[in-house]
Design a protein around this ligand. Sequence first.
Ligand code: PLP
Length: 443
Amino acid sequence: MDGSATPSQPNNLEAFWMPFTMNRQFKKAPRMLVSAEGMYYTTQDGRQVLDAAAGLWCVNAGHRRPRIVEAVQRQIAELDYAPAFQMGHPAAFELASRLSTMLPGDLDHVFFTNSGSESVDTALKIALAYHRARGEGTRQRLIGRERGYHGVGFGGISVGGIVNNRKFFGSLLTGVDHMPHTHDKAHQAFSRGEPEWGGHLADELERIVTLHDASNIAAVIVEPVAGSTGVLIPPQGYLKRLREICDKHGILLIFDEVITGFGRLGASFATEYFGVMPDIICTAKGITNGTIPMGAVFVRKHIYDSFMDGPEGAIELFHGYTYSGHPVACAASLATLDTYQEEQLFQRAADLAPYWEDAVHSLKGARHVIDLRNLGLIAGIELEPLPGQPTKRAFDAFLKCYERGVMIRTTGDIIALSPPLIIEKAEIDRLFTTIREVLETID
Ligand code: PLP
């Protein structure tokens, strides 16, 4: 076989086992994207498709931004790779310093990974090793939440709470408990922003602490806004209360900000938006605007310092990835941060959020819609499932929107929207008009 050319039109779809995809259905009627710019993808058949999902919650500055493209090209031509262990290169240090200035308080040390899943596993491992380093090695239990999504590593699916992501994969990590999720339509349906009802659900953490004793619990991990499970907005006061309970019992609080990081809520991170500071933050996605795989875990100074008091000639943390702080990813991230900053995109998202909220809630009363949720530039549109056919209605909506030139994302029977932060008001109008019209046409 001649491997010299990359065919622009793949003629065999069989070999690629696609992730989180109905492979057989897709391969019968593929949806192929061949280029992208700004708010739009171009399909293989030459159509323009409005990207209402920022790819997969990652392309926060919009597609094919010249500054990022050039930075990646420059870097790969100069230093294509440098070993991550016992060696360094300047861009990784520059990026870590720069990122640490974006976070509040003393969340100022950064461990680089290559994805959200790796960030989560890294955070959980750091939490366990931290307690051990301080002589509290009995703190081994981890607490997640029902409906939580923390990627697909064994750590992430163990603390995560989405049944299909867990049930096929054996006994998972031991020593994990789950708090209840925070969504209850009876009390919260059609709330704008943070629901008034549900802050008390944080007290469930106290119940778990009483069951196991705090001396056995290492960390609690939550998404400040749960995305992949279908957009669950935290009730007012909930995150603050979690922080208080963790403080009371010496438990580390981990925020998984893989989707809320880098401007999605109209602030750099959810920690800033909610005014609640965790001990560890997991990020990925928007860190490079989706261009090059990268993740980062931020830890507070006292956590980092607790590893730094052994002999200087010893490795402090036996953890890391071949591509931690990859030079090309660092270059992409630095250029991404420049783009966010120059165009004030986080502020832009904040300014646009009220318009977005009105547009989301204009769907109240639309066919099949049983709930609407929003925060920052995120929306969840929950549809009444087709009797006996869960997920079908939302997936049909996805296919019809795509035919009409709009790419939405669905999970279960929920449409989850998270457009690039460069979206224009006219595009918001078009997005919600298309969804409303499509809902009229589907069963
Ligand atoms: N954590 C959260 C909150 C996410 O939303 C995701 C991905 O959507 C992940 C972790 C996993 O990220 P990745 O797919 O980069 O491993």
